[in-house]
Ligand binder design. Structure first.
Ligand SMILES: C[S@@+](CC[C@H](N)C(=O)[O-])C[C@H]1O[C@@H](n2cnc3c(N)ncnc32)[C@H](O)[C@@H]1O
Length: 399
């Protein structure tokens, strides 16, 4: 197995030269014409503007995401025709555009795309034709761990696709021995989504994402930060904040597979993670068991959990048998934590909250709902280079 170098944070503030972009075949990296250094400056200006009302006391230096090789996950549309499939995106007429040389993907993903295209060719499965609503293969999702191990998921339309792929499992594993997880996802509906709800495992259960201090376990339908190097930087920054405020009892809401909670766990700290996906919670429990840390993971809605369990007295426990925290991490989806959870936090009396957000606009709205908190420090993490998206984390202190 090959060990991949992690993308250096700021080694190259230049350009990524991309033939697909220059030929107008793929515009997903919309900012490619702007130098990477300028992209960061522009994101800083924009993010500071959006968070101007919250007036952070201090902005820490932006954590850069790298110019190439930074994405640990590719969601490849299958196009072309049986025997000549393309793996990449579909153009406006729904014709396949092959992106096997895409420079932002982790090298292990780039290396496996041609192998997967050949494999799909050999199956004879028809790519799904969006206009005619006919065909079988819709997408291939590939995730790469730093170790080089891969999770490969084929998204097909019918049971026939599943049966064919299952019958060729051995050939796939022979061609891609690093594929420690292989699954088939069924998406029978003609819908503009990337996967369906039914997942059939062909090999393994979860991909071991070996980060520098913690191994996380990722199952097919769980969320994972798309830039491994930046994710490590984010988890370490938040752990540093949590250490600095000497939290002994920490909650991590929207915990996913436990990235924040497990980086913050320590012999002097109890951590509790809450997440709606039961699969992600199972993964987090496995990681906690391996690390031997004092961590509890519960499946449920973050807002309902907080409303029911943020009891006021320090020595009482809520209905889930969980003690009141002294610090809280929240890392919601793009919509933010919303009015109800913001209100619960505003009246919680907690001294410190860490909010990590992939959407500064919803973050600003949520912060405006929590006037008792001052942003002590803020830091941008460039999780999504060459796009206008970013992650921003803030440490909140009760005024
Ligand atoms: C941005 S991800 C963060 C995951 C995790 N903190 C990490 O670093 O990988 C947001 C997570 O919130 C979960 N989620 C979405 N709605 C939720 C809800 N109402 N209650 C709890 N978790 C929820 C999603 O399943 C997803 O894992």
């Amino acid at each position: 197995m090959t060990t991949l170098p992690l993308t250096p944070a700021s080694a190259d503030h230049g350009h990524l030269h991309c033939g697909y972009f220059e030929r107008g075949e793929c515009r997903s990296c919309a900012l490619l014409e702007t130098s990477y250094g300028q992209q960061i400056t522009d994101k800083e200006t924009w993010c500071r503007e959006i968070l101007a009302e919250a007036a952070p006391r201090e902005w820490l230096p932006t954590f850069a995401g790298g110019v190439r090789d930074f994405r640990n996950r590719a969601k490849l549309a299958v196009g072309g025709s049986a025997g000549q499939v393309t793996l990449g995106i579909l153009d406006q007429e729904f014709h396949g555009v092959d992106l096997r040389e895409c420079g932002i993907q982790a090298p292990a993903i780039r290396a496996v795309i041609p192998v997967l295209a050949d494999f799909l060719d050999a199956t004879g499965l028809e790519p799904y034709d969006v206009s005619a609503r006919r065909g079988e293969s819709k997408f291939v999702h590939v995730t790469a761990a730093p170790s080089g191990e891969l999770m490969i998921r084929f998204v097909v339309r019918t049971q026939h696709g599943l049966d064919v792929l299952r019958s060729r499992r051995a050939q796939l594993i022979e061609r891609v021995p690093d594929a420690s997880v292989v699954s088939v996802n069924l998406l029978p509906e003609h819908k503009a989504v990337l996967e369906g709800s039914r997942e059939e495992m062909l090999r393994g259960e979860s991909l071991r994402m070996n980060l520098d201090r913690v191994d996380l376990h990722l199952r097919p339908q769980s969320f994972f930060q798309t830039n491994t190097h930046v994710a490590i930087g984010l988890y370490n920054q938040v752990a540093e904040w949590v250490d600095a405020v000497e939290s002994a009892n920490l909650w991590d809401l929207y915990c996913g597979v436990g990235g924040f909670a497990l980086h913050c766990a320590s012999p002097s700290r109890r951590v509790t993670g809450v997440e709606v996906s039961e699969q992600a919670i199972e993964s987090a429990k496995i990681s906690a068991g391996e690390l031997g840390v004092d961590a509890r993971f519960l499946a449920g809605d973050a807002t309902e959990f907080a409303e029911a369990n943020l009891v006021t007295s320090a020595d009482a426990t809520g209905p889930a048998g969980v003690e009141r925290p002294d610090c809280m991490i929240v890392n919601p989806p793009r919509r933010g934590i919303g009015a109800r959870l913001s209100a619960a936090l505003e009246s919680s009396g907690l001294e410190h909250i860490v909010y990590s957000s992939c959407n500064p606009v919803s973050l600003a709205k949520d912060l405006a709902r929590m006037p008792s908190y001052q942003v002590a420090q803020a830091r941008i993490f460039d999780m999504f280079p060459h796009t206008k998206h970013l992650e921003v984390a803030v440490l909140l202190e009760r005024r």
